[in-house]
Ligand binder design. Structure first.
Ligand code: SAH
Length: 232
C-alpha cells in the first residue's frame, strides 16, 4: 500500500516537471527551426522569443500547440500571429534597450511581452475590450511591468506618450494611419501590414528620416483586419 502511494506521488510530480521542461524544449525547437533556420538573426529578438512563455498567451485548450508554426485563435474572432511573423516584425524595428515602443492590436499580449523583453517601455492598444482586459491581466501575472495596455481605437495612436522609437501595428490596415507616423521619433521605424481589405497585404516598413517618411515593402502576409470604432 505504502509503495502504491509512493508510486502515485512520484509519477504525479514527474508529470508536472516534465510538462514544464516540455514547453521550454518546444520553445527552443521553435526558435531553432522556425526562426534561426529562416532569417531571424537579431540576438535580442531570438533571446526574447526563447524567454516569453507563448503557451501562457493562448487559450488553455491550445497550450499544447502553442509553439507550432502558425497563427492560433485567441477568441473574439482574433488571432495570435505565427511565431515567425512576431519575430520578423520585432527584428525589423532594430530595437534598443532604451527604446519606447507603441503596439496597435494587443490581442493576447504575446507580441507586447516579446517587445517588453527587449525595450524599456511598451504601450499597447486594443480595440476589443475583453481582449484588452485579459491581456492586461495576463501581462501583469507574467510580471511585464513595463507594458501599459490601453483599451481603445489605435487609429489615433497614443499622443500623450509620443514620440516612439518604434511602432508596430499587428492588424491589417487598408491605409497607413497618419497619426501613427506623426508619433514616430526622428530615426524611428514603424512596421504595419497594409493592403486591400480582402486582398493580399504587405508588411510595410516606414522610417522617419529628417522628418520625411521612407517606405519599403517587405513580404506578403495575412492579418486580421484593422477595425474602427462604430461611431467614427
Ligand atoms: N499582437 C497580438 C495579435 C494581434 S491580432 C498578439 O500578440 O496576440 C490583431 C488585434 O488588433 C486584434 O486583437 C484586434 O482586435 C486588434 N485591433 C484591430 N483594429 C484595432 C484598432 N483600430 N485599434 C486597436 N486594436 C485593434
Amino acid at each position: 500500500m505504502y509503495q502504491m502511494i509512493f508510486v502515485f506521488v512520484f509519477s504525479f510530480s514527474m508529470g508536472t516537471t516534465l510538462a514544464q521542461i516540455d514547453f521550454k524544449a518546444q520553445r527552443e525547437h521553435m526558435v531553432k527551426v522556425q526562426l534561426r533556420n529562416r532569417d531571424i538573426t537579431d540576438p535580442a529578438t531570438l533571446e526574447a522569443m526563447l524567454k516569453v512563455p507563448r503557451h501562457q498567451f493562448v487559450p488553455q485548450n491550445l497550450r499544447e500547440v502553442a509553439y507550432t508554426d502558425g497563427p492560433l485563435p485567441i477568441g473574439e474572432g482574433q488571432t495570435i500571429s505565427q511565431p515567425y511573423i512576431v519575430a520578423y516584425m520585432t527584428q525589423v524595428l532594430e530595437l534598443q534597450p532604451d527604446h519606447k515602443v507603441l503596439e496597435i492590436g494587443t490581442g493576447s499580449g504575446y507580441q507586447a511581452a516579446v517587445l517588453a523583453e527587449i525595450v524599456d517601455s511598451v504601450y499597447t492598444m486594443e480595440i476589443v475590450q475583453k481582449l484588452g482586459h485579459y491581456a492586461r491581466k495576463r501581462l501583469k501575472k507574467q510580471r511585464y511591468n513595463n507594458v501599459q495596455v490601453r483599451i481603445g481605437d489605435g487609429y489615433h495612436g497614443w499622443p500623450e506618450k509620443a514620440p516612439f522609437d518604434g511602432i508596430m501595428v499587428t492588424a491589417g490596415a487598408e491605409q497607413i494611419p497618419p497619426k501613427l507616423t506623426e508619433q514616430l521619433k526622428e530615426g524611428g521605424k514603424m512596421i504595419i501590414p497594409v493592403g486591400p481589405h480582402r486582398g493580399i497585404r504587405h508588411l510595410v516598413l516606414l522610417t522617419k528620416k529628417k522628418g520625411k517618411i521612407k517606405r519599403k515593402n517587405l513580404m506578403a502576409v495575412r492579418f486580421v483586419p484593422f477595425t474602427r470604432k462604430k461611431e467614427e
